[in-house]
Ligand binder design. Sequence first.
Ligand SMILES: *Cc1c(COP(=O)(O)O)cnc(C)c1O
Length: 428
Amino acid sequence: MKQTQSHQEFERACRVIPGGVNSPARAFGGVGGEPLLIEGGEGAHLFDIDGNKLLDYVGSWGPHILGHRHPAVVEAIESSLWRGTSFGAPTVQETELAELVVEAVPSIEKVRMVNSGTEATMSAIRLARGFSGRDKIVKFAGCYHGHVDSLLVQAGSAATTLGTPSSPGIPQGCTADTLVMEYNDTGQLADAFAAHGDAISCVILEPVAGNMGVVIPEMEFLQTARELCDRHGALLIFDEVMTGFRVAYGGAQERFGVTPDMTTLGKIIGGGMPVGAYGGRADVMDAISPVGPVYQAGTLSGNPLAMACGIATLKTLKETDPYAELERKTERLAAGLSEAATAADVPHTVAQIGSMFTLFFNPEPVTNYTVSSRNNTDRFARYFWGMVEQQIYLPCSQFEANFVSVRHTDDDIEATIAAARDVIVTLL
Ligand SMILES: *Cc1c(COP(=O)(O)O)cnc(C)c1O
């Protein structure tokens, strides 16, 4: 596959942008080589600047459940554009998107729009601390909640030890109140509450983990988190930035029937525009400014173009209800990939739920970060580049979720399985 233009433009970018990218996940660090520079997208496909056409399973890392340039979304952005790009004053569109979110997501009675998933989790944590008057937070290793100081932490050596910052530039003090647990480990969580119960403001978790590859939660884990928070007066926060409107219209909380106190959203609710949101119980949400004392603000929050894009995306999802179809296609793809790997004797496991999946080069079921860190990443890198050669664009890391959109056809799915068969036999 030709990459001449991408190579030249990437070198040019590297001279003025750190690493040539505005977010590290795009830099191909996990697979080596250089990223493709993208010119456009249509439906399930991406076009790079060398004229290659690729079947896209990244979907801009989650937002594009409707694929690229869905007509309803394009039209909504265009008509909003002609009215202006930003006013810094309330618009009807903000209420309209908020109503769609409140109607869809079981835990959300009131919602505040922000500009990214990171902003959503950062604000939700502040609100949980302000509302409860407590400082400690619980998070799980391998769950990513954006680049918030207090959440960029590594697990300590023992179950209930405090985390240490996972990036330079984060003072020890920022993570000193963050407890890091193993995902799906109910016992550890119970121990943490036994030791620190009256100091824990909130537990934040991805109700399906998507940022260590797809890891499915055990029902008992979610239910125990709910019970422990109730018993100790802590708030349960589901970070549904990835799973919201993805694993079901109402997110993982609808699918599993476990309702948190607060939910963070992003990705799909913006339909490809920069939008995040956090919402929850009305009494909790009313603790934020201007009603309550907890401060949070944003010059471009609720931006009209972004709201138009989000409204069109959610309305289309609500009206067309594509979730059963998406699940059927993604199940077929996951089964096909697994068969291909089995036929080639390549140790693997596939995790899939709704339209998200990960093929792990790991023989064990991946239930937490410790298991996920044993994935064979060299094998993944060769798989990734083999698939690119077959014009199939996957997330450039083993520790990511792949996404199917409504624009992926059954033929696309079968072509992907056939390509994977060709690539996987070369991997042993
Ligand atoms: C992507 C993601 C975030 C961060 O969102 P950004 O818009 O990249 O800041 C937070 N939480 C989860 C679960 C995510 O998948």
